[in-house]
Design a protein around this ligand. Sequence first.
Ligand code: ZN
Ligand code: ZN
Length: 528
Amino acid sequence: MEEQVINPLVIRCKNCGGDLNYDIVKQKYCCAHCGSEANASEKKAEYKHWKSLHNNAVMQDLAKVKAFACPKCGAQTMAAGEDASAQCPFCQNTMIDAEFAGNDLPEIIIPFKIAKEEAENKLKAWLAENKGNAAAKVIQNNLNHFTGCYLPYHIVRGAYNGNMAIGLQDGSTTHYPFRAYLSHTAVNASQDWDNLFLDGIEPFDFDEAREFDFGFLNHQNAKIQNVVGEALSARVEEETRAELYQTLAKKVRTKEMSVILDDNENESIPALMPVYLVKCENGVAAAVNGQTGKVSIATGKTKNLTSRWWLWPTLATLVVALVAALWIGEALAGGAVALVFGLVFFAVAHNRHHKEIVNEIITAPKEENQHNDTRTEFFADFGKGPVPTELKFFTPRRIIKLIIGLLAVTFLPLLIAIPIQILRGLPLSDIHIGYGAAWYITPVFMAIVLAGGAAKTMMYGEPLYYEKLPNGTLKRRKLPSQQKFSLKQIFPALKKGESKKGKAGLSLGCAIVLILFLLFGSVAAMLS
Ligand SMILES: [Zn+2]
Ligand SMILES: [Zn+2]
């Protein structure tokens, strides 16, 4: 008979024992084998029952466990069996006996799968490839302190309801309701280790998770969690939101939004994960995943995630310089025009970029931690209750429309001049296209307004809704309350002008007069 291994992360069907999957639309766990359903609160109650049974069983073995505290770095560890090591795995200091305070007892564990030697070889391979890196030298000198240890985590699982919020140009915010299911998001429960650094060795393979018992600690120490209570809840909430933010940002292809969480049915399961690590001076550290062998290095340096904010204004300025120089036919004049616009571009870009300084982490393999397990779905109500919906913002059709719009505005004087020339019975080749130069800068102003946030309002203020039909196809839908987006959303000044009829109204009038003057001046110049 096959040995029955218990993986508490797998949710089983009461009826047939098969795996249950969470259905975001029904908001229930569903069995693919027998079709029976269970709601989240039912499964949560079952988990609580299992948790109390498990904790009682583990508590009976508590006498076998020794707890240690490091007087130097403050870390606390636990171990079972005779060969329990009293050396601190993090700073190599001799540890003193301590009492296990009964902080959330581990409920699941992913056992070590690769031996220390293999893990060390993975790290050495990285060191060999990165000889020039200052951190590599520091780690090389500390390799003798490389040790394995189970680290405390909380595994978050459950269903969430929330809203994705996108702020628009006129100060209003649009909310897009979503539902999500996290099957297992790992949250590091060690105060002393940087989240990003430990995130670097993820993902873990949760198929190999087992019910915890102290037997696992016979040959390997485990660190006792030191983030507890409210601090832990705050960390769990923060990491859950970050996980949903990343998943949604990928889906809608923008980072300029925030995630608001409403009610949720979730569980936070204390767990131990296998990690090999070495902590060096000045924030340098290396970790190797004890299950998969993935390497994560903290270099002790910081980096700015948005350090390339200057890229698009530089390119835009070069384009303006080139276009202006060709048009005016003189490099110096082109440079002068580019200087003016370049300043505006850089002002807009600098204003919009927020510095994001994080600790520099290098991982091997380089791929980002894949969040494939987290599922999200937007919902919209087209009149018959909320249905799964796909939101589209940047469709090719919209982008083509925008470009055609810009071109139409650019060549507006020409579009007016052509019929006039035909009516006059003169050849079209007599139109002096170049004399419209004064007008040709207006699209540049439009581009600046668009870059400053108007494009965002146009795209996100009126998304395209597609209902996801049960057969998997998408059907274009409109919300009953969906309003046509108006110019007032893009130019909030128009709104103010409306209410005050004062200064803003006056400047608006001046702008219109100026635009008409430029337009007809250009038409007249072309036809002269
Ligand atoms: Zn079933
Ligand atoms: Zn220590």
